[in-house]
Design a protein around this ligand. Structure first.
Ligand code: NDP
Length: 448
């Protein structure tokens, strides 16, 4: 039962943001977990915490003009959503994809507020991006675009204000070009972006962090049930940053990833993706920028299915690591029928509301992205710390810190769920734990 306060805010959000369905759904998902918290803490209503927490502190929208290799002038639309800075500078990635619009970025920035709070590190929430498509562009085109994007963005960010990172379409190449332009415009070498290359302030383990953290979190969930990832057959969607390192860590933990995908379809390798095959995918995607279908030319026993997602394949665990709304209730029904025991979201909000309800009903262990993929931003915060101290930790040091952060997130999530009578519900636990820290900081800082 939703409290009247929560109900009123949900109605207002739906009315005020009617064209932004992903944002409205993200708000619904968080607020519907908060009833118990709101009822026990009337101070939140008296201080209009919900009214404030659903409204971004600032949104910047700007023109991004650039020139393609044929000399044509092109124009894209850039955004930065600075959602909440109650517990630290805004922090969140930059997405470059043709589907980018204000509603998608507001949903991602809103999620980021609670995710960043859960990491236990001092970072607020933001997200940015542009409807630019890096696919099929030359390095020169990508560089000119990134320079133009940063020429406007640079005046809104800073190491103590807002520290962007990568996301879909923004990898090491794009971060490098953006960092170079920021440095040139500001005449400062500061940790204003994370996901940087190792020669100019990047952190070891940052590229791996989201995928590795996702697997560490999943192992914790299974350990609670006296089980482990060892020997589990796993479905992965996507073949980008998160998917690649999810596969790598699963293999190291003795699990057997059998699928990966991109926007053209998925590959199924019933013999399992090994370390060697995973290295092939990294080279294919990060260096040659090729399509996942090329995997089956190299590994003849694997099958490629065009324009489909991998959720029809029988497996124990599923790791959606591509994009939002990529796993719906029909997919969930197939997965459950095939005996699935765990879903952990590498992407942000990949499972639809219907899919989540089906998993809950069937007793499938379910980790929301907000908790399970928080290892990326947590390691970004470790990169910020190293930049501020002007030193670099070793690979093992950063990996150890990542592991213990994922353990803390897992524990805090379970504890918050238990405390508010929702034992074992990772969605409720993540929302409640993430919310309480931000809301209390907002209370302490007065009406701002
Ligand atoms: P990448 O750009 O590296 O990879 C994205 C992958 O997903 C690609 O294989 C891409 O295929 C596929 N994909 C993207 N959009 C679609 C679509 N509409 N339909 C089907 N496939 C699609 O991005 P990341 O790995 O960085 O990010 C993946 C997800 O993880 C996103 O939801 C992101 O927000 C989330 N995330 C990322 C973090 C990070 O550290 N990078 C941290 C936390 C969350 P193709 O190449 O064909 O487009």
């Amino acid at each position: 039962m939703e409290s009247l306060y929560v109900k009123r805010i949900l109605n207002e959000v739906a009315e005020k943001n009617s064209g932004e369905k992903e944002f409205v759904r993200a708000v619904e998902e968080v607020l519907s977990s908060l009833d118990g918290v709101i009822q026990l803490n009337p101070k939140f209503e008296q201080s209009a915490i919900l009214e404030r927490i659903v409204e971004p502190e600032r949104v910047v929208i700007f023109r991004v003009p650039w020139q393609d290799d044929n000399g044509n002038f092109r124009v894209n639309r850039g955004f930065r959503v600075q959602f909440n800075s109650a517990i630290g500078p805004y922090k969140g990635g930059i997405r470059l994809h043709p589907s980018v619009n204000l509603g998608i970025l507001k949903f991602l920035a809103f999620e980021q507020v609670f995710k960043n709070s859960l990491t236990t590190l001092p970072i607020g929430g933001g997200k940015g991006g542009c409807d630019f498509d890096p696919h099929g562009k030359s390095d020169g085109e990508v560089m000119r675009f990134c320079q133009s994007f940063m020429t406007e963005l640079f005046r809104h960010i800073g190491p103590d204000t807002d520290v962007p990172a990568g996301d879909i379409g923004t990898g090491a190449r794009e971060i490098g070009f953006m960092f170079g332009q920021y440095k040139r415009l500001s005449n400062e070498f500061t940790g204003v972006l994370t996901g940087k290359g190792l020669t100019y302030g990047g952190s070891l383990i940052r590229p791996e962090a989201t995928g590795y953290g996702l697997v560490y979190f999943s192992e914790q969930m299974l350990n609670v049930k006296n089980d482990s990832l060892e020997g589990k057959r796993c479905l992965i969607s996507g073949s980008g940053n998160v998917a690649q390192f999810c596969a790598e860590k699963l293999i190291q933990m003795g699990a057997v990833p059998v699928t990966m995908s991109d926007s053209s379809g998925f590959i199924y390798d019933k013999e399992g993706i090994t370390e060697e095959k995973s290295a092939f995918i990294k080279e294919l995607k990060n260096v040659r920028r090729g399509r996942i279908s090329e995997y089956v030319k190299e590994y003849k026993n694997a099958v490629f299915t065009a324009n489909k997602r991998p959720w029809g394949v029988k497996a124990d665990c599923a790791f959606p690591c591509a994009t939002q709304n990529e796993l719906d209730e029909n997919d969930a029904a197939d997965l459950i029928k095939n005996g699935l025991i765990l879903v952990a979201e590498g992407a942000n909000m990949p499972s639809t509301h219907g899919a989540i309800s089906a998993f809950k009903k069937a007793g499938v262990l379910f980790a929301p992205g907000k908790a399970a993929n928080a290892g990326g931003v947590a390691t970004s915060a470790l990169e910020m710390s190293q930049n501020s101290m002007r030193l670099s930790w070793t690979r093992d040091e950063v990996d150890e810190k990542l592991k213990s952060i994922m353990e803390r997130i897992h524990e805090n999530t379970l504890n918050a769920a238990r405390e508010y009578g929702q034992e074992g519900d990772y969605i409720a636990g993540a929302n409640i734990a993430g919310f309480l820290k931000v809301a209390n900081a907002m209370m302490a800082q007065g009406l701002v």
